[in-house]
Design a binder for this molecule. Structure first.
Ligand code: 6R9
Length: 692
C-alpha cells in the first residue's frame, strides 16, 4: 500500500541543481500546474537535516513498525515517562467491532502513573526546574508574566492541596470555567495531580450551556474568575456561573463551592456579586496551602478529563479520556508533528476550553518540557499585528493556529505581518477545519516567509491527538492536505456500505484499530458511544468526516458529513441550534444548515417557522439570535435567519435538508427532485423569502 508514497518519495529525492527542488520553486511549479494535487512544497534542506523525521524513508520505517508491532512501538515511547508501577504484560486490548460485543479500548492497563507528575516533577528532576514553562501574555500589551517549571509545580500543588482540603477526591469531577489565564492550566494540572476529573467548559459558553454540563457531570467544585477582558470588552464570567448554578439546583444538582479567581485587571472584587458560604476567592485561600503535594497514582485507564462536544442531537457528548494512553499519545504527537526541540518556544492560539488547548497547550507541550506561550486576549487587539508582536516578543518558534484566524488576518494589509521580524518562526501549524489552499499559501509565504513547513493536523476531541498530519521535515506538502497518518494510525476510506476503497478515491473517513489517545466512552452513555462511532461502519471508528485520497496517497479532508457545522473551527450541532431557536416562544419550528463563509469556514443558516399569526420582523430576528446566544454562546449565533412559513418535508414528515442547503447557498438551479415533498410549493415560497 506504500506504492503511492514511494512515488512521492522518489520525487522528494530528485536531484535538482544543488539538491532537492527548492521549496520556492515547488510553489511556483505548483501554481503553474492546474491541479492542487500536483502542488508540492518541499521542506528546505536545512530544515530536513535537523528534523526528528527527516525523510519519507524514515517516516515509512517508523510507520511500518508502529503498525506491525504497536505494543513494542508504544511501550518504547511510554517508557520515557515515569510509571509508579509498570503496566500488565499486555500493552493494549481492543474491541473495535460492535458485532463482537462491547467496544472497549485499553492501553497500559494495570500501570499506574500521574500525568501532572510527568509534566512537572519529572522535568524538574531532569534539571529543568528553572526553565520557563509558561509565558502569559495579557489582553493589554505590556501586561504579562511567566512561570518556570518549579514555580508552576508550586502553584499546582497549592491548588491541589486546597482541593483535597475541601474534599475533592480521586474520581470526583471539577468544572473549570476560566479564560486563558495561567490559572486555567494550573487548575487542570491540580485536578490531575489528585486524580480528580476535570471538565473545562469554554468560557464563551452561555449560562444554560454551562448548566447543562454541570448537571451532567455533577462536579464537587466549579472554578472560575470574576471577569475577563477580551479586546475592549469586559465579560462578567462569575455572573454566568451564578446563573448556571441556580439552573443546576433546579435540576437537582447543587454545587457546594465556587472557587473564584479575582482577575484584577478586568474587575475588582468589590464589584463582583457574591454568595457567602458558596463562593470563595482563590487568592484568599489557595496561597495558604503548602507548595508540595504528594501525587495520587492512578491506573492508566482511570479517567483524566471529560470534555463536552457537539453531536447530531441537542445533547452535548461528554467525551471521556483516560490517563496513560492519552499521556503517551499527546506527548508523542506534539513532539513529532511540530518537530519539537528543547530550545523551541511554542505558541498555540487555542483556548483550553477546546481539545486543542488540552492536548496542545497543556499536556503535550508540558510533557515534553516545552516553553509555552498563552494569550488571554484577542488576536486583533489593539490591532491585526498583535500575533506577530507576540511572536517577536517571546521569539516564538512554533506557531499553531486555526484557518479562520489565518483568513481573517489575510484580509488585512500584509503590512501588519511584515512590520514584524518573525525570524524566530520555524514551524507553523493549522487545526480545526480544512485549510483552503489560498489561506495555506498566505500563511506559508507571508507569515512564514516561505521558510516554515505547515503542519495541517487533522484530529478530533474524540481522538485525543493528531491522526493525520505532516511530519514537517519528512514530506513535501500539498497546500490543503493533511498528508499522511501519524504513527500507529490506520485510516481507511469507506463507501456508503462500509466497504474499504483503495487508491485514489473519496468517501467516509474511518480508523481501523485503536490508538492510545482514543476516547474510551461518552460519559454515562456507552451505548451512544457505540451507536455514533462504531455502528455506522461496523469494524471501524467513524470520524464523521468526508475524505479524499489522491493519486500520491495524500489525504484531503473535505468536512463533516453529519449534522455538525464547523464554525471558525468550533463544532456546533445543528440540533443544538434548532433546539435553542425552538425554545423561543414565538418559534414553532427550525431547521439549521451550514453555508460556506469566507472567514469562519462555515456559517450558520437557520430556517424558522413562526407560531401561527406571529408576523416576522427585524426585532423578532434579533430576539431569535439572542435565544441562541443565551442557550449556547455568542459563537453559535446564526449568521442568517430565513423566515420559513413552511419547511420542505417528505410525506413522512422528515425535513429535506438537502434542499435547504441548496437554498441557503443560492444554488437554486440545483434543487434536484422536489416531487417527493408533501407540499412542493413551499420551495418557491422559501426562494421568494430569501432576502426578507
Ligand atoms: C481538533 C479539533 C473536529 C472536527 C473534525 C473535522 C475538523 C479538525 C482539521 C479538520 C480538516 C484539519 N477538523 N482539524 N478538518 N483539516 N486539519 O478541531 O477537534 O473540535 O472535535 O473538531 O474538526 O471536521 O471532525 P474538534
Amino acid at each position: 500500500s506504500f506504492d503511492r508514497l514511494r512515488h512521492v518519495e522518489s520525487m522528494a529525492q530528485l536531484p535538482s541543481g544543488a539538491g532537492r527542488i527548492s521549496h520556492l520553486n515547488a510553489v511556483i511549479l505548483g501554481e503553474s500546474l492546474a491541479s492542487e494535487e500536483n502542488d508540492l512544497v518541499f521542506p528546505s534542506h536545512d530544515f530536513s537535516r535537523q528534523a526528528l523525521v527527516s525523510s519519507p524513508e524514515q517516516y515509512r520505517k517508523m510507520y511500518e513498525s508502529s503498525i506491525e508491532d504497536p505494543a513494542g512501538f508504544w511501550s518504547e515511547i511510554a517508557s520515557q515517562f515515569y510509571w509508579n508501577n509498570k503496566w500488565d504484560p499486555e500493552v493494549y486490548s481492543e474491541n473495535i467491532d460492535v458485532r463482537k460485543g462491547t467496544v472497549k479500548f485499553e492501553w497500559f492497563k494495570g500501570g499506574s502513573t500521574n500525568i501532572s507528575y510527568n509534566a512537572l516533577d519529572r522535568n524538574i528532576e531532569a534539571g529543568n526546574g528553572g526553565k520557563v514553562a509558561i509565558y502569559w501574555e495579557g489582553n493589554e500589551p505590556g501586561d504579562d508574566g511567566q512561570l518556570t517549571y518549579a514555580e508552576l509545580l508550586e502553584k499546582v500543588c497549592q491548588l491541589a492541596n486546597y482541593l483535597k482540603h475541601v474534599g475533592v477526591r480521586k474520581g470526583d469531577a471539577v468544572v473549570i470555567y476560566l479564560p486563558m489565564l495561567v490559572e486555567l492550566p494550573i487548575a487542570m494540572l491540580a485536578c490531575a495531580r489528585i486524580g480528580a476529573v476535570h471538565s473545562v467548559v469554554f468560557a464563551g459558553f452561555s449560562a444554560e450551556a454551562l448548566a447543562q454540563r454541570i448537571i451532567d457531570c455533577k462536579p464537587k467544585v466549579v472554578i472560575t474568575c470574576n471577569a475577563v477582558r477580551r479586546g475592549s470588552k469586559a465579560i462578567r464570567l462569575k455572573e454566568i456561573v451564578d446563573s448556571a448554578l441556580i439552573e443546576s439546583v433546579k435540576n437537582g444538582v447543587s454545587v457546594g463551592l465556587c472557587l473564584t479567581f479575582e482577575n484584577k485587571s478586568a474587575m475588582k472584587r468589590e464589584d463582583s456579586k457574591w454568595q457567602e458560604g458558596r463562593d470563595v476567592w482563590w487568592q484568599d485561600v489557595v496561597p495558604q496551602f503548602p507548595i508540595k503535594c504528594s501525587v495520587e497514582w492512578v491506573d492508566a485507564e482511570d479517567p483524566l478529563f471529560l470534555l463536552y462536544t457537539s453531536g447530531s442531537t441537542g445533547k452535548p457528548k461528554g467525551v471521556l479520556h483516560t490517563t496513560g494512553g492519552y499521556m503517551v499519545y499527546s506527548a508523542a504527537t506534539f513532539k513529532y508533528a511540530f518537530d519539537y526541540k528543547p530550545s523551541d518556544i511554542y505558541w498555540c492560539t487555542a483556548d483550553c476550553g477546546w481539545i486543542t488547548g488540552h492536548s496542545y497547550v497543556t499536556y503535550g507541550p508540558l510533557l515534553n518540557g516545552a516553553t509555552v506561550v498563552i494569550f488571554e486576549g484577542a488576536p486583533n487587539y489593539p490591532d491585526s499585528g498583535r500575533c506577530w508582536d507576540i511572536v517577536d516578543k517571546y521569539k516564538v518558534t512554533i506557531f499553531y493556529t486555526a484557518p479562520t484566524l489565518v483568513r481573517s488576518l489575510m484580509r488585512e494589509s500584509d503590512e501588519y505581518v511584515t512590520r514584524y521580524h518573525r525570524k524566530s518562526l520555524r514551524v507553523l501549524g493549522s487545526v480545526g477545519e480544512p485549510i483552503n489552499p489560498s489561506a495555506w499559501r498566505w500563511f506559508y509565504n507571508v507569515v512564514g516567509d516561505s521558510r516554515c513547513p505547515i503542519s495541517d493536523t487533522w484530529w478530533q476531541t474524540e481522538t485525543g491527538g493528531f491522526m493525520i498530519t505532516p511530519l514537517p521535515g519528512a514530506w513535501p506538502q500539498k497546500p490543503g492536505s493533511a498528508t499522511f497518518p501519524f504513527f500507529g494510525i490506520e485510516p481507511v476510506i469507506v463507501d456508503e456500505k462500509g466497504n474499504e476503497i483503495e487508491g485514489e478515491c473519496s468517501g467516509y473517513l474511518c480508523i481501523k484499530k485503536s490508538w492510545p489517545g482514543a476516547f474510551r466512552t461518552l460519559y454515562g452513555d456507552h451505548e451512544r458511544y457505540e451507536t455514533t462511532y462504531f455502528k455506522p461502519f461496523a469494524g471501524y471508528y467513524f470520524s464523521g468526516d468526508g475524505c479524499r485520497r489522491d493519486k500520491d496517497g495524500y489525504f484531503w479532508l473535505t468536512g463533516r458529513v453529519d449534522d455538525v457545522i464547523n464554525v471558525s473551527g468550533h463544532r456546533i450541532g445543528t440540533a443544538e441550534v434548532e433546539s435553542a431557536l425552538v425554545s423561543h416562544p414565538q418559534c414553532a419550528e427550525a431547521a439549521v444548515v451550514g453555508v460556506e463563509h469566507e472567514i469562519k469556514g462555515q456559517g450558520i443558516y437557520a430556517f424558522v417557522t413562526l407560531v401561527e399569526g406571529i408576523p416576522y420582523s427585524e426585532e423578532l430576528r434579533k430576539s431569535l439570535v439572542l435565544a441562541v446566544r443565551n442557550q449556547i454562546g455568542a459563537f453559535a449565533a446564526p449568521d442568517k435567519i430565513h423566515w420559513a412559513p413552511g419547511l420542505p418535508k417528505t410525506r413522512s414528515g422528515k425535513i429535506m435538508r438537502r434542499i435547504l442547503r441548496k437554498i441557503a447557498s443560492g444554488q437554486l438551479d440545483e434543487l434536484g427532485d422536489t416531487s417527493t415533498l408533501a407540499d412542493p410549493s413551499v420551495v418557491d415560497q422559501l426562494i421568494a423569502l430569501r432576502d426578507c
